[in-house]
Design a protein. Structure first.
Lengths: 341, 428
């Protein structure tokens, strides 16, 4: 281990699979919280729906159909159909969450969404037809890997970075999808529709008095953000080939908030910058401390304590950002009306 | 702004210094496999044989003591397999998830958990229907467990609701107040060697001073001066919760711990129900504390001022009430109640860094159910939630029981957004 290894690790992770997963979910939050001011604390619920739809439809119910008279192999013949179901399910979840709570005050949406995320995690964990506490493991998304155009070779090297054939394909597609979605977000937010969303964030009553249906717009924002969240889950299942109930904890959503506020809420590129910096710092600090412990510079820490230190810094970072620079790196302080709905 | 930052830094430096002192001690111990055998109610089981095999043909056995713990010292770090001898478990019960555990011992102790599903209360969650069906005995036992859980929730929820009422803050770091209280007692109890009967009250006082009054002075009072918005403050509290949680994990490690006294207390069988004496005493103290605080809020001058601030801070301030003083008192009270709840949980179950985190959503469910910002609502909501959580295990798997309370909260919000005791008002 040396400094070069530490930096290589940090850069690889900053643009790697995990960063892409968090980034997709955070882009959804950006539409909900950044542009519309909806306090969704349960983005993880949408991520879980995406992941579980892929895992359950493609692996679990193919092997062990539930209910057992359902012909799942014909209903879900390939990955693309499973993705379609995943997206439909996340729309359904957004409607279920939004209908009762979008008329209430902001903190009610926060508490109901975080509670829904936990209910879903516990339900997945204790329902055996959905994988139970073991989760779902298996070859998810073979259709996707079959499309891999890269030549058969062990590793692809780009300077210090090195990828396997499958990893390179996953990461490349992830970033292409993100680029397209960023373009879509940019186009939507400069349209009249997007201006209404920002208006709702600033002053919902004013927008309502102009004859706009704010309830409908908030619902649309929740659905759009939820779709991005479930894309993150779909990507997760395909890239990691594993769906574990205890990955879907509330902390995921809070890390997304940290990323969003770090990069700058209500900015198209905010989540991208936030995710890259967040994962770079997280991995860099971890690897750097491990290096110092390894070569004996630091003797008062053991390797298992490095993990907690990273998260102490995440918590501290979220607090300090929120207090001293709520607009993050890219944001505009005038535009961050954090006390809108 | 700079001063607030400097204070934060100072507090952090203190924590780091404490951590250095503590970890130096922890790393020196011999490596050992620590097997913990507990029944479905998390009570320890004595006299169970555990055998450990490992590299270089190492074998060792141990028998659990009254605290349900068997410690098998191993020669070096490496991979070990711990096996529980099911024949030695009283009542012929079986272990959840098999009898073997593979553990990777680094340095120091590695805890292995053997949760035993007792035949009389279902224990296992795989059957999905909750064991032996719905019997009167089981219902009574669950109601009793539910009342005890309700008291713990009420201790946390009352403070959370008072803070919400007076400052408008949805404090996501309130669960960590419980954890901090429990760990403060643990430090006094195990590191300083004080008896728990002295350590616990001292920990509650220290919590009131440090984590209640201190937290308000260092963090929330400056934020109110800066006129930080409520949602921004909520996100700050999330950051604080994450930070505190991992500071505790960093200092104390992830393994569950227990206090030196009252750890493996045998239970009493009162007819069909089963309860430990420590739970009875702790519950009675909790009831006295809750009643005393409610009476105090209803009758004393400061109590009335607290309710006035909850009702309308601007009006209260205009009529000569020192709002900041009331808020300080509420934080002190909230931290004391939460610390007691933490010690209560620590004595009846165990002390672990996630204890508050897991209870936080239940606390929110209780105050939303009962009515945000109301005193009576916190208590009523806590009992509805606590008893629902335990009784729900009659029909849903044990893991889902918290989900039942959260679902109840969401359903109630559909028909009565102001909660059971809240005043109807426009909330959207």
């Amino acid at each position: 281990m040396d400094m070069g290894f530490v930096l290589t690790q940090a850069i690889t992770q900053a643009i790697g699979v995990t960063a892409i997963i968090y980034l997709l979910a955070t882009m959804g939050l950006n539409i909900q919280f950044g542009y519309t001011g909806l306090l969704n604390f349960g983005q993880i619920a949408f991520v879980a729906v995406g992941s579980y739809a892929i895992g359950v439809f493609l692996i679990q119910w193919q092997q062990d159909p539930w209910p057992n008279w359902m012909p799942w192999p014909t209903l879900v013949p390939n990955l693309w159909v499973a993705i379609l179901y995943a997206l439909l399910l996340s729309v359904a979840l957004a409607l279920i969450l939004g209908i009762p709570t979008l008329r209430l005050r902001a903190d009610y949406l926060a508490i109901v969404t975080i509670a829904t995320g936990e209910i879903m995690r516990l339900a997945f964990k204790s329902t055996d037809p959905l994988g139970g506490s073991q989760g779902i493991n298996g070859k998810m998304g073979q259709d996707f890997y079959d499309l891999n155009p890269f030549p058969q070779q062990d590793r692809f090297d780009f300077g210090p970075l090195s990828y396997t054939r499958a990893d390179l394909w996953v990461v490349l597609v992830g970033w292409v999808v993100i680029a397209l979605l960023l373009l879509l977000t940019w186009a939507l937010m400069r349209s009249p529709w997007g201006r209404v969303l920002k208006g709702i964030r600033e002053d919902e009553d004013a927008v309502r008095s102009l004859g706009k249906n704010t309830y409908l717009r908030k619902m649309q924002a929740l659905i759009l953000g939820g779709l991005l969240g479930s894309l993150s889950g779909i990507f997760w299942a395909i890239a990691k080939q594993s769906v574990q109930p205890d990955s879907f904890v509330p902390a995921f959503t809070f890390f997304c908030y940290t990323i969003l506020i770090l990069g700058g809420a209500a900015r198209v590129m905010g989540p991208v910058l936030g995710a890259i910096i967040f994962w770079f710092l997280l991995v860099f600090i971890e690897q750097f401390l491990l290096l110092l412990i390894d070569n004996g510079t630091i003797t008062f820490l053991v390797p298992t304590q490095v993990g907690p230190i990273r998260f102490i810094l995440v918590g501290l970072g979220l607090m300090l950002l929120m207090i001293f620079r709520p607009q993050g790196i890219l944001g505009d302080k005038k535009e961050i009306a954090l006390d809108a709905r | 702004m700079l001063r607030a930052f400097a204070r934060l830094l100072l507090a952090l430096l203190g924590l780091m210094a404490a951590s250095v002192a503590l970890t130096g001690v922890a790393a020196a111990a011999d490596p050992a496999v620590v097997a913990v055998v507990t029944d479905a109610n998390k009570a320890p089981i004595a006299g169970v044989t555990i055998s450990v095999t490992g590299p270089d043909g190492f074998t060792g056995t141990g028998t659990t003591g009254a605290d349900g713990i068997a410690t098998i010292i191993v020669p070096k770090s490496g991979k070990y397999v711990a096996t529980i001898d099911e024949a030695t478990i009283p009542g012929g019960a079986t272990v959840k998830d098999g009898t073997e555990r593979t553990v990777n011992v680094l340095s120091g102790n590695k805890k292995v958990l053997f949760p035993v599903g007792m035949p009389d209360d279902g224990g296992g969650s795989q059957d999905g229907g909750g064991g032996s069906g719905i019997t009167l005995d089981r219902v009574m036992q669950l109601i009793l467990d539910g009342v005890i859980l309700s008291l713990i929730i009420a201790l946390g929820a009352l403070g959370l609701n008072l803070i919400f009422g007076t400052t408008g803050l949805s404090n996501f770091a309130h669960g960590e107040l419980l954890t901090l209280g429990a760990f403060t007692a643990l430090v006094l109890n195990t590191s300083l060697g004080l008896d728990l009967l002295i350590a616990a009250p001292l920990a509650i006082l220290l919590s009131a001073l440090l984590w209640g009054w201190g937290q308000n002075q260092v963090l929330w009072k400056p934020l109110r001066k800066r006129q930080t918005g409520l949602i921004a403050a909520m996100i700050v509290s999330i950051g604080l919760a994450i930070m505190l949680r991992y500071v505790i994990l960093f200092l104390f490690g992830g393994a569950p711990k227990s206090y030196q006294q009252f750890a493996g207390q045998p239970g009493l069988e009162l007819g069909p129900i089963f309860i430990t004496p420590k739970a009875i005493v702790l519950s009675i103290i909790a009831i006295i504390a809750l009643v005393a605080i409610i009476l105090w809020l209803k009758s004393s001058r400061i109590g009335k001022a607290t309710r006035a601030v909850s009702d309308n801070p601007a009006l209260a301030s205009a009529s000569g009430i020192n709002v900041e003083r009331v808020i300080s008192i509420v934080w002190i009270l909230g931290a004391m109640l939460a610390a007691y709840a933490g010690v209560f949980l620590g004595i009846t179950q165990n002390v672990v860094w996630t204890m508050g985190q897991y209870l936080l959503l239940t606390l929110f469910a209780a105050i939303v159910l009962g009515g945000l910002g109301t005193i009576g609502g916190a208590i009523v909501g806590s009992f509805v939630v606590g008893i629902t959580v335990q009784l729900s295990t009659l029909i849903v798997p044990t893991e889902l029981k918290t989900g039942a309370a959260l679902l109840l909260m969401i359903l109630l919000l559909l028909v009565r957004p102001q909660g059971l005791l809240g005043r109807p008002e426009r909330v959207g």
